[in-house]
Design a protein around this ligand. Sequence first.
Ligand SMILES: C[S@@+](CC[C@H](N)C(=O)[O-])C[C@H]1O[C@@H](n2cnc3c(N)ncnc32)[C@H](O)[C@@H]1O
Length: 346
Amino acid sequence: MPKIKAKRNKTIDTTIDEGVRYLDRCKKIDAPIKDIQEIINTTINGDFFNTVKLLPNNSIDLLIADPPYNLTKDYHGNTFSKKKEEEYEKYTREWLTLVYPLLKEDASIYVCCDWGTSLIIGRVLQDFFKVRNRITWQREKGRGAKANWKNGFEDIWYGTKSNNYTFNLEAVKIRKKVIAPYRVEGKPKDWQETKNGNYRDTCPSNFWDDITIPFWSMSENTAHPTQKSEKLLAKIILASSMPGDVIFDPFLGSGTTSVVAKKLGRSYLGIELNPQYCIWAEQRLEKAQANTSIQGYVDGVFWDRNSLSEQNAFNGNENGNLEKADQICIEYDELELVNPQNLLED
Ligand SMILES: C[S@@+](CC[C@H](N)C(=O)[O-])C[C@H]1O[C@@H](n2cnc3c(N)ncnc32)[C@H](O)[C@@H]1O
């Protein structure tokens, strides 16, 4: 009997016909590409290690990589097996060596990892790039361990190829309620006074606690086992690229990087081994054509988690013009804690 989907489960479904159509849009590359424009805004279905050698040098403005972490994990039939530390280091060196020449001199790179993989990636990345920061993302959810601390965070290493790079601070400020409203000559100092409260757009730190994993109540969710949230990608892309820039994801998964790049007016390119994930990427890209909203990023502002009522009040809305999914997400934040289906595998 087919499983009945819960009413609020918004996880993307694909019929066989749709799957065929979406896969048809993906590219396979078997000859060198001279100009990145020939291949821009596509999903490449193939093995990164074979395909990347065919891409043109000096063509990428921002690289976002979310490689398989050093854990045994089944990516719908393709299993990544946990390697010895030296082997994972070799694997990391290998893919970094291959992407390095593709990046422009003023390009930036972000690499996602869990705490164990972070020890290796942080070290290796320094041999290639100027490492500028380690972002810690408190994703909270994770499977509890019997004799260890639960994995509640991931790292995102940030580096640049040179000292000449893009960083758009204003684009990634976070709107927070002002706790101590400081005034100079009676006027608010760096904060806004509204009838619904006082707010300040604050500089974002390298500790990100305002982003959830995608819940099944969110319309961006697919069945990919390690999908990242669009809000997380939005921060990276807005901070480290300009409209029109080329953003490349060598381990695309369900397409989050490409989808957010498209929503934010950037060009994109991604490689993914698994055809099913390429299908989801293309399906999401099609949806992004009509709906460019990014949950948690509203009218050019990043808001804290579960702040829908504040967002509405700030914007003077009773019900708000925000996606219904925002509301549902709040409820599911709590529900998720008791629903084992939603626990991430570590
Ligand atoms: C951690 S996931 C990326 C998830 C992605 N950030 C998202 O939001 O969906 C890593 C992805 O790399 C893919 N992958 C692993 N080895 C690959 C290879 N050699 N070439 C291309 N893709 C590969 C896996 O199939 C998996 O989807």
